[in-house]
Design a protein. Structure first.
Length: 295
């Protein structure tokens, strides 16, 4: 995957990005909603704008009826508008987000880096190794945490546990959606090398129930994801904001519970979600983190 995002197209004001159907999803539909009510009201406008930017880019990358090159061109247009290099009318979401980030001194990279991952999704790039998956998460997930940290003025020491948490959340989501991602979009995030070593192929997911050989690779991914979650545990104490600390503690608790559910269900991970009791327990954990100042 690319490590920089310096090259963007130079669309004219009349060049419209590829049309993509809206997913219809809202922030409440996410496993771990980014615009939590635990965050201060003064931050919500920029959080919502950031979410809309990311959701629009995700919808473009997921548009089945749009050719890969057209998807990438649309994402390039968003990047150009975000950078102030193209007519703002070409991307309302990027145009709305740009001044909100600049006014707060937040690097534009927290948004533009997401587009690197969405370009990879648009091209149908496959993760062959665990490192490939972690590299993908650097762009697809970790910028979200960096955005929230910069928004709340958290210290640089919070970056590493935040990256670990965001990568873990991304991987858990991929495990939930693994079959659908392959069958509908031909995307594969569980390392292909692990699947092949287990004597299976991605195409096996199209043949009835989830194949038993996938159990080992899924459990291996969960083992490494649990290690990421352990690395994330100091985050609430480093968040620098009580609401963000409570949010982080809740998300870590929910992610650990979801990991256990996926482990118990493997290899059939589709439809596995955190239950109501999990949310209640996570809320209590978050409240405790807030009372304790996030520590």
């Amino acid at each position: 995957m690319p490590v920089s995002d310096t090259a963007v197209s130079d669309p004219s004001p009349t060049a419209a990005p590829a049309a993509a159907p809206r997913s219809g999803k809202g922030m409440g539909d996410e496993n771990f909603p980014v615009a939590s009510r635990l965050l201060a009201a003064r931050h919500r406008p920029v959080v919502v704008a950031y979410y809309r930017f990311a959701r629009t880019a995700d919808d473009i990358a997921d548009a089945e009826a749009v050719a890969p090159d057209a998807k990438v061109a649309a994402l390039d247009t968003m990047a150009a508008v975000l950078a102030g290099e193209a007519d703002p009318r070409l991307s309302a979401e990027a145009a709305a987000l740009r001044p909100l980030l600049l006014d707060r001194g937040i690097p534009l990279a927290v948004a533009s880096d997401l587009l690197i991952a969405f370009r990879a999704d648009s091209r149908g790039e496959i993760c062959r190794t665990w490192q490939d998956l972690l590299d993908y998460c650097v762009h697809s997930a970790n910028p979200v945490g960096r955005f929230l940290l910069r928004l709340h003025g958290a210290p640089a020491a919070a970056d590493r546990p935040s990256d670990a948490l965001c990568s873990a959340l991304q991987i858990l989501n991929h495990l939930q959606d693994m079959r659908e991602d392959w069958l509908r979009l031909r995307r594969l995030y569980l390392p292909l090398a692990w699947i092949e070593a287990a004597g299976a192929t991605p195409e096996d997911m199209a043949r009835g129930p989830m194949p038993e050989p996938f159990r080992g690779p899924i459990l291996a991914a969960l083992d490494r994801t649990d290690a990421l979650l352990a690395e994330a545990r100091p985050l609430p104490g480093l968040a620098g904001d009580r609401g963000l600390a409570m949010q982080a503690r809740m998300v870590i608790d929910l992610a650990e519970r979801l990991s256990r559910r996926l482990r118990a269900a493997a290899p059939e991970t589709a439809g596995v979600k955190a239950g109501r009791l999990d949310w209640a327990a996570a809320a209590l954990a978050g409240l405790w983190a807030g009372i304790g100042g996030g520590r």
